[in-house]
Design a protein around this ligand. Structure first.
Ligand code: UTP
Length: 288
């Protein structure tokens, strides 16, 4: 069955990005000139999504404002000659349906995913965290193919230095990945201390989930933090050997912190032909 729905949770408080997030949702912070949520929608569409469910909060109306189709803005972008960007903006709401699910209180990522249940229905779906940016849709495409083939949930994974594991969900897997990075996930822990971490493989905010994951989430009690954790549901799935993973070396940026965001902005700007020469020259002069 084709996987057509993508879920993007965007109802968090963005505490690590205060004071900016007092007025601007983290998901709308520009990566050079394009909001993170646009890049993530583009990635979801690149991996086959024709329907996007954005989980948002009543306190963040700017997200709906951004996503709402605006032929006037598309025309203005086209008038400046940026046709590729105009095409990307135009397909949202035209070729790709976007719907919203409300999370009235930020009760954790697992809870945010549950809020999308009615909109998703009984189908597998992709889940993209908009504060994790990938260079493109290649990883998600591979994960979608794997889910369609194996009929199991699939998580995106990356090896990181042990010093970084305490900010992420960490997994254990069956022995060695296949040549294209495929593994079976055997365990998941949320934000372990480096000396207690079972591995250096982290969840990088890309998931393809079977609809049964909603049942696992519905049965969970809140964690000590009061949040419903997606990692707890993944652990239950992993215990049944129903969760697979792809270990990837894709370039990724965690834009949930100001420094991570700044690095992403610089990298993305350096990929722009119209910007890179001037930016590189300035960066070199700065570092002399
Ligand atoms: P994060 O934990 O990185 O975002 O969640 P946050 O909670 O906004 O950030 P901090 O920790 O307070 O700085 C990853 C994604 O999941 C969404 C966030 O909006 C973010 O895009 N999320 C998180 C929800 O939608 N609801 C939640 O209850 C928690």
């Amino acid at each position: 069955m084709a996987i057509r729905t993508a879920v993007i949770p965007a109802a968090g408080m963005g505490t690590r990005f205060l004071p900016a997030t007092k007025a601007v949702p983290k998901e709308l912070m520009p990566i050079f000139d394009t909001p993170a949520i646009q890049l993530v929608m583009d990635e979801a569409i690149g991996a086959g999504a024709t329907r996007i469910v954005i989980v948002t909060s009543p306190n963040k109306p700017a997200i709906e404002q951004y996503v709402k189709p605006s032929p006037e803005v598309v025309k203005r972008v086209r008038d400046t000659g940026r046709n590729e960007l105009a095409d990307r903006l135009e397909r949202i709401g035209k070729d790709v349906e976007v719907v919203f699910a409300m999370q009235n209180e930020p009760r954790g990522l697992g809870h945010a995913v549950s809020c999308a249940r009615d909109q998703v229905g009984k189908e597998p779906f992709t889940l993209l965290l908009p504060d994790e940016l990938m260079g493109g849709p290649a990883l998600l495409q591979q994960m979608v193919e794997m889910c369609e083939r194996e009929k199991k949930s699939v998580v995106g994974l990356k090896q990181v230095p042990m010093s970084e594991v305490s900010s992420y969900g960490v997994v254990t897997t069956t022995a060695t990945p296949t040549s294209n990075g495929e593994v079976t996930v055997t365990g998941v822990v949320e934000k372990p201390q480096p000396d207690e971490s079972p591995s250096d493989l982290i969840l990088i905010g890309r998931y393809v989930l079977m609809p049964e994951m909603f049942d696992l989430l519905a049965g969970l009690a809140p964690a000590a933090s009061g949040e419903i954790q997606l990692t707890d549901a993944l652990l239950l799935g992993a215990n049944e050997r129903n969760v697979l993973g792809v270990v990837s070396d894709i370039a990724r940026f965690d834009t949930g912190t100001p420094l991570g965001w700044l690095k992403a902005v610089i990298e993305f700007a350096r990929q722009r032909e119209d910007v890179a020469p001037a930016l590189d020259a300035w960066l070199l002069s700065l570092l002399k």
